[in-house]
Design a protein around this ligand. Structure first.
Ligand code: NAP
Length: 282
């Protein structure tokens, strides 16, 4: 699996597995654990979760999926903004570690910006890092201005990544956030790569151009949407899948090599941004 380099020098897999909407029902648990395990077997070693997902339930699902193979996993979780005070971030992290059945996170993210001063959150994250409870830390749903502010604070230079909504129909980050991150060699984690959730049917996946380019490569539109993100330098992609066929398809997306002509055709159908827009969020 291709990896990207974090500012700390550690590496992170470029393709991983999301877990939003997992851990919400007992009856789905077996299928969710099986999907994550299949993804690990196939080499998708990054798992992205959060204390928010299923109210801790997703972390418990992940804990079961990674039991006995923790060392092979790049584990990412997120703290709620309202838990991101100096003391709160420690307690939240310790609860996450317990649910995940591990002693450390590879990466711990502030889920979005809240009312706790960023300097205090960074202080808390640095303390957790010193204790080895988290190896790297970062943020999520931060626009460029938030990144500039955070980067200027003590500990801000160590921010490893920013996880944001990025896919073919949500390309606003290409205007100034992604270039800012590129300049600092900071990878971007692209969430909702399929612009899809069980609650909505994805307009992206029904797009005719996406289907045409995908057919040319002998893959599905979803695989092409993942491949397009993987084609961007220093971008990490975390599709969520419970159906085993989806897990296999997402893994196989790394084998799709897009040509300059494919990219130009996709740019015609999904225009890159022409002006700054506020960061889109879920
Ligand atoms: P997504 O990955 O874009 O889409 C997930 C949906 O697509 C599921 O319904 C899944 O179905 C389906 N799917 C997966 N692979 C497919 C394939 N190959 N073909 C067709 N359909 C496929 O959406 P997401 O869950 O919003 O985003 C991914 C992850 O990013 C999340 O799970 C979470 O870890 C993270 N995230 C972070 C934030 C944040 O604020 N930081 C926000 C949103 C998401 P099945 O499950 O039925 O297979």
């Amino acid at each position: 699996m291709r990896t990207v380099r974090l500012p700390s020098g550690r590496t992170m897999p470029a393709l991983g597995q999301g877990t939003w909407n997992m851990g919400e029902s007992k009856s789905a648990r077996g299928a969710e654990v099986a999907a994550l395990r299949l993804g690990l077997d196939l080499g998708m070693h990054l798992i992205d979760t959060a204390e928010m997902y299923g109210d801790g339930g997703a972390e418990e699902v992940v804990g079961e999926a990674i039991a006995g193979r923790r060392d092979a996993v790049f584990l990412v979780s997120k703290v709620y903004p309202h838990n991101a005070s100096r003391a709160g971030v420690r307690q939240a992290c310790e609860r996450s570690l317990r649910r995940l059945g591990t002693d450390r996170l590879d990466l711990y993210l502030l889920h979005w910006r809240g009312s706790v001063p960023l300097a205090e959150t960074l202080d808390g994250l640095l303390a957790l890092q010193r204790e080895g409870k988290i190896l790297d830390f970062g943020v999520s749903n931060f626009d460029r201005d938030d990144m500039v502010e955070a980067a200027g604070l003590p500990g801000g230079a160590a921010i490893a990544t920013n996880q944001v909504l990025y896919n073919l129909v949500k390309r606003g980050v290409e205007w100034d956030l992604l270039p800012w991150m590129h300049q600092r060699h900071m990878p971007l984690m692209a969430y909702s790569p399929l612009e899809s959730s069980p609650a909505e049917s994805s307009s992206l996946l029904r797009n005719a151009t996406l289907a045409t380019v995908a057919a040319r490569h002998g893959v599905t539109p979803a695989q092409l949407a993942v491949a397009w993100l993987l084609h961007q330098p220093n971008v990490v992609v975390i599709p969520k899948a419970v159906q085993l066929a989806h897990v296999e398809q997402n893994r196989a997306a790394v084998n799709v090599l897009l040509s300059a002509a494919d990219m130009a055709e996709l740019d015609q159908a999904f225009a890159p941004p022409r002006r700054a827009t506020p960061l889109a969020m879920r």
